[in-house]
Design a protein around this ligand. Structure first.
Ligand SMILES: [Zn+2]
Length: 89
């Protein structure tokens, strides 16, 4: 269900409006709930932005975790090499 964000050009009030599929051919631009002006501009799809932001956030978290695991693994390997080397001396 697409939710669009609108900004009123008259009073700068922003509001979200659900665009219903069966209203496709009707007047799609809502009126400002604050001042009733019809001079509103569609800003963006709130739903789409939230999804992208969440995905990006998850990706960054995953990358950070992967980097940390690699660093720990490298340190562990380095330690084992050092211990192994010292055994022969
Ligand atoms: Zn307004």
């Amino acid at each position: 269900m697409p939710i669009y964000e609108f900004k009123c050009q008259a009073c700068a009030h922003t509001f979200e409006e659900l665009i219903l599929p069966w209203k496709e051919n009707a007047e799609r631009t809502p009126v400002c709930p604050s001042c009733q002006a019809k001079d509103v501009e569609k800003v963006l799809s709130v739903f789409a932005v939230k999804t992208d932001a969440t995905r990006q956030s998850n990706l960054n978290t995953a990358r950070k975790a992967a980097r940390k695991i690699k660093q720990e693994k490298d340190t562990e390997e380095q330690k084992q090499i050092m211990e192994h080397a010292s055994e022969h001396h």
